[in-house]
Design a protein around this ligand. Structure first.
Ligand SMILES: Cc1cc2nc3c(=O)[nH]c(=O)nc-3n(C[C@H](O)[C@H](O)[C@H](O)COP(=O)(O)OP(=O)(O)OC[C@H]3O[C@@H](n4cnc5c(N)ncnc54)[C@H](O)[C@@H]3O)c2cc1C
Length: 408
C-alpha cells in the first residue's frame, strides 16, 4: 500500500484550503442571513451560486468523479484528502459540486446513463444548474434490507408507471432539485435481487409531491429530508436507468465511492472537533490551570488523535483497494470504515462538546450541529448493524464445522 499523496492532490489540497479560507468560511454568515431573510429554510441563497462560479473558475469542480470525461479524473485515494477538507466546511461540498446525494447520482449516471439521459439528467448536474435526490427508503418497511422495498414500477406500453411512498429523500425540498433516482419493484416474481429497477423521475411530472420535510434533530434546512409521494407517475420508458431488474447493481455501484466520501468528510469533522477542543482547553482555566493541563483532558485529546489516525488509514486503504481491485474487492473495508468513521465522528465531537461545557451544546459553536450530523451517519447508507453483520459473516466463514447445533 502506498498512501503518498500525489503532486496533483497536494496542489488541489492547497487550492481547496485557500478557497475555503478566503471565500467559503467568510460566506457562511451571508448564507445564513440570506436564508433567514427569505423566510424559507429551504431557500437557495444567491451566495451559493457565487461560490460555485468561483470554485469552477479555480478548477475546484466535480473533483469526486474518477471519470476524466466528466470530472477531475482523480482516483479515490487522490480525492479522499480533499473530501476530508470539505468535511470541515459545511458549504464547501455544494460550492465545489461535490455534494451528496448528487455525487452518488452523478456517479451512477456516468456509469449507466444512455446518451439521452446524459443530456437530460447528468449534464445539468455536472454543470451545477440542477440538483437531484435518491429515493429508496420507505416508511412502511425496514429499508436497511433493500429487498423489502415495495414501490412499484410498472411497464405500460412506452411508459413506466410509478407508485411509490418514500421518505428520507434527501434534497427533494430544494428548489434546485429537478429529479429523483427512484428504486422500486418492476418484477415481483423475479429472484429477490432481480426484482427491482431504478428509474429517473423528473419532479415536474404529474403525481410527484413532496409531502413534508422531516426535521432531523430538529434541523430542517437546505434540501431537507423529505417524505415524497409518486402517485401514478408516468415516465417514458427511456428513463429506466440500467436494465430492468438491475436495481441492485445500480445501488451497489452507487455506494462504494459514496461511502468513502462520507467517511472522509466524517474524519474531517472529527479533525475540526479536535482542533476546537485543543484551542478551547488551552484558553479555558479551571481550578488554577488551563483545562489542557488536566490529565483526563489530555487522555481524551490523545485518544481522539489515535482514533482519527486509525480511521484515516483504514479509509485510505479502502480507497486504495477501490482503485486497485474495485468496489467488490474492497467491500469489507468499505463496510468497516462506514462503522468506524461514524463512531469516530460522534465520539470525538462528543468529547469536544464536553470540553466546551454548556457552550458546547449551544449554536454559538458548530459542535452541536456537527454532532447531530455525525449521529445520522450511523444510519445513512444503511445502519451500522448491517455492515457489522457483513463483516462478521465473512469472519465466521470456515468455522461452520464448529457448530454443535443443527437447526435445519
Ligand atoms: C439524515 C438521513 C438521510 C438519509 N438520506 C436518504 C436518502 O437520500 N435516500 C434514501 O433512500 N434514504 C435515506 N436515508 C435513509 C437511510 O438509508 C435508512 O434510514 C437506513 O437505511 C435504515 O433504514 P430504516 O430507517 O428503514 O431502518 P430499519 O431498516 O427499520 O432498521 C431499524 C434498525 O434495525 C436495526 N437493524 C437493521 N438490520 C439489522 C441487522 N441485520 N442486524 C441487527 N440490527 C439490524 C438497526 O439498528 C436499524 O437502525 C437517510 C437517513 C437519514 C437518517
Amino acid at each position: 500500500m502506498d498512501f503518498e499523496l500525489s503532486a496533483r492532490t497536494l496542489e488541489l489540497r492547497d487550492q481547496l484550503d485557500a478557497f475555503i479560507a478566503e471565500r467559503v468560511d467568510p460566506a457562511e454568515t451571508i448564507y445564513a442571513e440570506q436564508v433567514v431573510a427569505s423566510g424559507d429554510p429551504h431557500f437557495h441563497p444567491p451566495i451559493m451560486e457565487e461560490l460555485k462560479a468561483e470554485a469552477r473558475g479555480r478548477g475546484l469542480w466535480n473533483l469526486f468523479l474518477p471519470e476524466s470525461e466528466y470530472g477531475a479524473g482523480l482516483t479515490n485515494l487522490e480525492y479522499a484528502p480533499l473530501c476530508e477538507l470539505m468535511g470541515q466546511s459545511e458549504l464547501s461540498p455544494e460550492a465545489t459540486n461535490c455534494m451528496p446525494p448528487d455525487t452518488g447520482n452523478m456517479e451512477v449516471l456516468a456509469k449507466f446513463a444512455t446518451p439521452l439521459q446524459v443530456e437530460q439528467f447528468l449534464q445539468p448536474l455536472l454543470d451545477g444548474t440542477t440538483r437531484s435526490c435518491f429515493a429508496m427508503t420507505e416508511p412502511w418497511v425496514a429499508s436497511s434490507d433493500a429487498t423489502n422495498i415495495q414501490s412499484r414500477i410498472t411497464r405500460d406500453g412506452d411508459h413506466y408507471v410509478i407508485n411509490a411512498h418514500k421518505w428520507f429523500t434527501t434534497g427533494a425540498a430544494s428548489p434546485m432539485c429537478t429529479f429523483a433516482i427512484l428504486m422500486g419493484v418492476s418484477d415481483p416474481d423475479a429472484d429477490r435481487h432481480r426484482r427491482h429497477s431504478m428509474v429517473l423521475v423528473p419532479f415536474d411530472t404529474p403525481g410527484v409531491s413532496v409531502e413534508r420535510t422531516l426535521p432531523v434533530f430538529n434541523h430542517d434546512a437546505g434540501g431537507g429530508h423529505c417524505e415524497t409521494l409518486f402517485d401514478n407517475v408516468r415516465i417514458p420508458k427511456e428513463y429506466l436507468l440500467g436494465e430492468e431488474g438491475g436495481g441492485f447493481a445500480v445501488a451497489q455501484a452507487r455506494l462504494g465511492p459514496g461511502r468513502i466520501h462520507h467517511c472522509m468528510r466524517a474524519i474531517g469533522m472529527a479533525e475540526k472537533a479536535l482542533r476546537l477542543m485543543c484551542e478551547r482547553t488551552q484558553q479555558r482555566v479551571a481550578f488554577g490551570r488551563p483545562l489542557a493541563d488536566q490529565g483526563t483532558i489530555q487522555a481524551q485529546i490523545a485518544e481522539s488523535r489515535i482514533e482519527i489516525e486509525q480511521a484515516r488509514l483504514l479509509t485510505m486503504k479502502a480507497a486504495w483497494l477501490m482503485d486497485t481491485v474495485g468496489a467488490k474487492g474492497a467491500r469489507f473495508e468499505i463496510a468497516a470504515i462506514k462503522v468506524i468513521a461514524a463512531r469516530l465522528a460522534t465520539t470525538v465531537i462528543d468529547r469536544a462538546i464536553q470540553t466546551y461545557g454548556g457552550a458546547g451544546v449551544t449554536n454559538d459553536w458548530p459542535l452541536a450541529g456537527m454532532y447531530g450530523h455525525a449521529r445520522t451517519l450511523h444510519l445513512v447508507d444503511g445502519p451500522d448493524e448491517v455492515h457489522l453483520q457483513q463483516i462478521a459473516r465473512r469472519e465466521l466463514r470456515g468455522y461452520e464445522s464448529f457448530r454443535s447445533v443443527d437447526l435445519s
